[in-house]
Design a binder for this molecule. Structure first.
Ligand SMILES: [Zn+2]
Length: 461
């Protein structure tokens, strides 16, 4: 009898054992699979081909930026941080919803076609078309399954293990013919594009064409159907420029971009294309590409590393040890106090929790329609108001507006997030420009709005 399982280990544990064994055997399984697909031995001591270097990267590169850019949710904020809010908004696919509780997905709110993805891996997608009713129960079950599983453990895909798992729902892009748009995948080595892979009919009858950055058609054969020559897109130069800019902080990365009605959209950043297990030929081309990639262990620790400022910033990310929540039940109040100094624009907290259509006393308005009720253990729930607040929201990040010293109470200006405050109250913050009764953004005078420039939630600006 097959179902007589007496003892079974939880999946991640089994995979960790597998990983340990791999490490101890010099990645024996990885080498067997590689040889089978690529047709030559994997040399991890002296990797030379592109595929070998991808495997090397999986196993050895621990650049803290990799999990951030691989996270389909966090990469959105990353783009805003490095391109600027306005530029990033132009190329980001509209985000409809994000959650770690699939049962909270507000299906009735979505009026267009959309795509549901897990943020922590690849190939976890569900497309929902507005004309076909969604099987909600099945979708929720599938999402829960994704959230319960780490991605890429057995393939040694390190970056994915570090991601906080979430479900992300985005608008589904369609091209001028109503089809899923062509996906341009730019292979960037040290900030320079050396190969473009063009994928058509991504979810159905997939076909792939290969081009040089100057749009010469390349005779590369792979596991996918070979696509015919395609006209050079008019925006090719802009796309290459964007891809190279995004690729600059990495020794190698793949940047995916869509073109819809001549408009550029950001797809994703991928550290380990096909996990280094693609079967493309000629093999000589694998080595030619590999020669563009200089392997420098821990390149990201070097003084002149291009992503250094960003790493420094995220490195200062919140943890419970940096703030304390003081509750005073006698006064029915609470407050958040700094346990260390924060510099201007340091990240103090992250707004996440239940998404709601209507505000609550504890919720923070997220956009024109939605409100987020922070979880019970989220400090944002306990922030008090001040008309001269020392913190503000940059997207979902709670940031220091000015220098905050250890011991100081951290405050936000409710008028900067709430259009209408759920329960208005009299303020006694003591600021000379105190608004008095706090009722929400819509009750501010033009002068008061002007004074809050930079602190206002983005959708007011
Ligand atoms: Zn006030």
């Amino acid at each position: 009898m097959n179902n007589m399982k007496i003892f079974s280990l939880p999946q991640p544990f089994k995979e960790r054992v597998f990983n340990l064994r791999e490490k101890l055997t010099g990645y024996r399984r990885e080498k067997i699979i590689f040889k089978k697909i690529r047709g030559f031995e994997l040399n991890l001591r002296n990797p030379q081909s592109w595929s070998e270097k991808i495997v090397w990267k999986k196993i050895h590169d621990r650049n803290p930026l990799l999990p951030i850019v691989s996270d389909k949710y966090r990469v959105r904020q990353y783009l805003k941080d490095i391109l600027g809010e306005k530029e990033a908004e132009k190329i980001l696919i509209p985000l409809l919803y994000v959650t770690d509780r699939p049962e909270s997905i507000p299906f009735d709110n979505f009026t267009e076609d959309y795509i549901i993805k897990a943020n922590h891996g690849s190939g976890m997608n569900i497309i929902v078309e507005k004309n076909k009713p969604a099987d909600r129960k099945q979708i929720i079950a599938q999402c829960k399954k994704w959230l319960s599983e780490p991605f890429g453990l057995k393939k040694h895909e390190w970056a994915y293990q570090k991601i906080k798992r979430r479900i992300v729902i985005e608008k589904l892009l369609r091209d001028e013919n109503g089809k899923i748009p062509v996906d341009y995948k730019f292979k960037i080595f040290h900030g320079k594009c050396h190969l473009i892979q063009v994928v058509s009919e991504r979810f159905a009858n997939i076909s792939v064409g290969w081009y040089s950055p100057k749009w010469d058609y390349l005779n590369i054969d792979s596991e996918w159907k070979l696509a015919d020559y395609m006209e050079k897109p008019a925006q090719l130069d802009s796309m290459v420029t964007l891809a190279e800019f995004l690729g600059t902080p990495f020794d190698f990365i793949r940047v995916d971009i869509y073109l819809v009605n001549n408009r550029i959209y950001f797809g994703e950043l991928t550290n380990y294309p096909e996990s280094g297990r693609s079967s493309f030929t000629p093999v000589s081309y694998d080595f030619e590409l590999g020669s563009k990639w200089r392997i420098i262990p821990e390149y990201w620790k070097q003084e002149n590393y291009r992503g250094k400022d960003y790493l420094r910033r995220v490195g200062r990310d919140v943890s419970a040890s940096q703030v304390s929540i003081k509750k005073d039940f006698a006064l029915e109040g609470a407050g958040v106090f700094a346990k260390r100094d924060f510099s201007v624009s340091d990240c103090i907290g992250f707004l996440e929790g239940k998404i709601r259509n209507n505000p609550l006393r504890e919720s923070v308005q997220f956009n024109a329609r939605l409100h987020i009720e922070p979880d019970l253990n989220n400090l944002i729930r306990y922030l008090n108001h001040s008309c001269d607040a020392n913190a503000y929201f940059h997207g979902q990040n709670l940031c220091a507006w000015r220098q905050i010293t250890k011991g100081e109470e951290i405050t936000i200006d409710y008028n900067c997030t709430e259009y209408t405050v759920f329960s208005p109250f009299k303020c006694n913050c003591g600021d000379p420009d105190c608004v008095g009764e706090i009722k929400g953004f819509r009750f501010l005078t033009d002068k008061q709005k002007k004074k809050r420039k930079g602190k206002l939630a983005e959708w007011y600006a």
